[in-house]
Design a binder for this molecule. Structure first.
Ligand code: DAH
Length: 340
């Protein structure tokens, strides 16, 4: 009997080492201590033994039982730990691991790229930056620029009025007034910014768009200075092959006034849908500042003269990249912007 006990003990200790899960352990436990377990059988059969033999075997059996129970619970603890470690490893999240989709690099909006090219070309010619507010005095937006009260551009349809005296600027030209009122001439400035007009949105109109105003104030400026400046800027932005032409025009704040056309960037001047078969596309308005404006801002027009121009940044962007619908430039659809 004692030998049998030792054999059970031996076998159990060996099996214990190879038990991998708690279920393995439970099965092993049952095979020894269960209803018909090996040790249970021995204890059950003890009744038939002599008193002395029974006592000796009882002690030995209890010792083995205790030893085995401790071994099982130690093994159980170990398996628990192993399982926990396994689970940690399996479920661990590496927060530094790159995502599946990969991070896409952002890029500059085509209008920002164009704006920076125009700005840099003009800064290269000695212009400096000047800024003004988007909410502007009616007086600066219109009156001081020679747009009297009855001028059609003041019509409620074109201008967002905040009250009788204050508007959302309809162009960047009121900043010319601000510069003339505050800056010591001579100077050369560019004024970038958003402007606002009451307009239905369509492929060529937006109630908000971007302009860059240029103003040069000096003595004895001529129309040739204006022409040279604009040709240099156009070539810097569109390349040297692009031709420029000035067409007489009218702006209340310039005299003489002109509109600048460039040879069509789509067809190279042969004539296409974009240039309406003329070979030319209008890109900006300009002129020699009307002496009234110089005077309105407290300078002596006999001493100082000026020239100015206003560039539509969205228009230049459309031409540069062949974008046929201005809405694309303002909608910020990532699929569209990705192409630039
Ligand atoms: N302010 C004009 C507009 O929004 C553009 C313009 C034309 C600006 C001639 C000028 C200029 O400075 O001289 O249409």
């Amino acid at each position: 009997m004692v030998e049998k006990l030792q054999a059970i003990r031996q076998e159990m200790l060996e099996k214990l080492d190879s038990a991998k899960t708690e279920a393995d352990l439970d099965a092993l436990n049952a095979s020894v201590f269960g209803k018909s377990g090996a040790l249970t059988e021995i204890l059950r059969s003890m009744g038939k033994l002599e008193k002395e033999e029974r006592a000796a075997l009882g002690m030995a059996a209890n010792k083995v039982k205790k030893e085995l129970e401790e071994a099982i619970s130690a093994r159980k603890e170990k398996i628990k730990l192993e399982m926990m470690e396994l689970a940690f490893k399996r479920d661990a999240i590496d927060v530094t691991e790159p995502g599946k989709v990969g991070r896409e690099l952002g890029r500059l909006h085509p209008m920002t790229q164009t704006y920076r090219e125009i700005r840099d070309a003009l800064i290269g010619m000695g212009f400096t930056m000047f800024n003004g507010p988007e909410i502007e005095y009616d007086d600066y937006n219109f009156t001081k620029l020679n747009l009297p009260l009855d001028h059609p551009a003041r019509d409620m349809q074109d201008t967002f009025y905040i009250n009788d005296r204050i508007v959302l600027r309809t162009h960047t030209s009121p900043c010319e007034v601000r510069a003339l009122l505050t800056k010591e001439p001579p100077f050369r400035i560019i004024i970038p910014g958003r402007v606002f007009r009451v307009d239905e949105v369509d492929s060529s109109h937006s109630p908000v768009f971007m302009q860059i105003e240029g103003l040069v104030v000096d003595k004895n400026l001529s129309f040739a200075d204006l022409k040279g400046t604009l040709e240099t800027f156009v070539q810097a932005v569109f390349g040297e092959k692009v031709k420029t032409r000035l067409r007489p025009s009218f702006f209340p704040f310039t005299e003489p006034s002109a509109e600048v056309d460039i040879s069509c960037t789509i067809c190279g001047g042969k004539g296409c849908r974009v240039c309406k078969n003329t070979g030319w596309i209008e890109v900006l308005g300009c002129g020699v500042s009307n002496p009234h404006i110089i005077e309105n801002c407290g300078l002596d027009p006999k001493e100082w003269n000026a020239f100015a121009f206003g560039i539509g940044v969205d228009r230049i962007t459309s031409l540069k990249y062949g974008i046929s619908d201005i809405r694309l430039e303002y909608e910020n659809d990532a699929r569209f912007l990705k192409q630039f």
